[in-house]
Design a protein around this ligand. Structure first.
Ligand SMILES: [Zn+2]
Length: 372
């Protein structure tokens, strides 16, 4: 769920939108403008229905944004780095780089999102009630009422105690507090998430088979998303418990072969890749400072001719796309930062110089040793 285009920066948080959000936006707009509003408020013109639908859909996404922003802002207050917010097919996601430092922080970061949705739901519902009281009826009432309801539904759904939903994180924080073990708490919350995901898939399948239309397909998709996200979280939690206490310098490959950005990809291939067993090379400046990372995956995307014409710096991952970590950081702390561009690698930097590299192989090898 990467961002396709950026909306801007709000309260110090980057806000982006994935193209899949257009699908759900269209679904809401179309549903409200052509089905729900004409049914509930007959007699208005087509343009009115579409304008009302557009206003409602935009306000809904603004509400979703407020929910995610609340997560991000509270996380920032606890010193957690936030990569930004992305709105996508199944709502929004605040991408946090670090884990919460303690159960209270975990609870507050998770709880504030649904809290904002409840407040918005009550505000819109109150406005709808007020509008009805002073005699404003019709479609204005419809828009306010729908926004009130949808925000309350959003809060209720998110409070289901199953990871990766907010309720799952709340469950994790409570278990973490009562049992004192974050990993165990995270594993239980993830298991609840998988069970809940399967239940949703089951309901969706039953609806597909026995019910009218294809509404069940949507539930199957949501259930599948919850199940797989919960599974990934469980794996992450287990990984963190196996690697607990380990520092980066204990598993990094020290003194990696580095390259400069001004050589061609062809010479990188002949002089470095074929001469060494490594599949990633930190790109450094004259002082040995990191300016990027070039991987075999990136080289493979070019044909022979392009390799002769392209410089390493043009295909290298930018420094802000790779995890630059310190040798004494804990391995579990760097895991969430291992990005896709670097194929899950981290570059170890000390005093501004590259001193090592951590690859997924280093991590799996360490896991095997931990298993012994
Ligand atoms: Zn949330």
């Amino acid at each position: 769920m990467n961002e396709t285009f950026r909306l801007g920066r709000i309260a110090g948080v980057d806000v982006g939108v994935n193209w899949t959000v257009l699908f759900i936006f269209g679904l809401i707009l179309f549903g409200l403008s052509t089905v729900q509003f004409p049914l509930l408020f007959p007699g208005a013109g087509t343009v009115t229905y579409w304008v009302a639908g557009l206003v409602a859909a935009l306000a809904f996404f603004a509400s979703l944004l407020a929910h995610e922003l609340a997560h991000a802002v509270v996380a920032l207050r606890y010193g957690i780095r936030v990569d930004g917010i992305v709105l996508w097919l199944f709502g929004g996601v605040a991408r946090l780089r670090d884990e919460a430092p303690n159960p209270t922080a975990d609870l507050r970061i998770a709880g504030v999102g649904p809290l904002v949705s409840v407040v918005l739901g009550l505000l819109f519902s109150g406005a709808a009630a007020l509008a009805a009281l002073v005699g404003v009826g019709g479609i204005t009432l419809g828009v306010l009422g729908w926004l009130g309801l949808i925000n309350l539904v959003l809060a209720a759904f998110n409070l289901i105690p199953a990871a990766p939903l907010d309720g799952g994180r709340i469950l994790r924080s409570v278990l973490w507090r009562t049992r004192g073990d974050r990993t165990e708490a995270a594993i239980i919350a993830s298991k609840a998430g998988r069970v809940f995901g399967f239940v949703v898939i089951g309901i969706g399948l039953a609806q597909l088979i026995f019910g009218p239309g294809f509404g069940g397909l949507w539930l199957v998709l949501i259930g599948w998303f919850i199940t797989s996200a919960a599974g990934a979280e469980e794996q992450q939690a287990r990984l963190q418990s196996s690697l607990g206490g380990l520092r980066v310098e204990q598993l990094m490959t020290p003194d990696p072969v580095t390259v400069t950005g001004d050589m061609t990809v062809a010479s990188l291939l002949s002089d470095y890749v074929l001469a060494n067993r490594f599949s990633a090379f930190p790109v450094v400046d004259e002082a040995g400072g990191p300016t990027g990372l070039v991987t075999l995956t990136r080289i493979k995307q070019l044909d022979d001719e392009q390799r002769r014409a392209t410089l390493v710096r043009d295909i290298a991952c930018d420094p802000d796309e790779i995890a630059l970590v310190g040798p004494r950081e804990s391995v579990t702390a760097i895991l969430p930062r291992l990005g896709a561009c670097a194929d899950g690698r981290a570059v170890v930097v000390e005093d501004g110089r590259v001193i090592g590299i951590v690859s997924p192989t280093d991590i799996t090898r360490m896991l095997r040793i931990a298993d012994l």
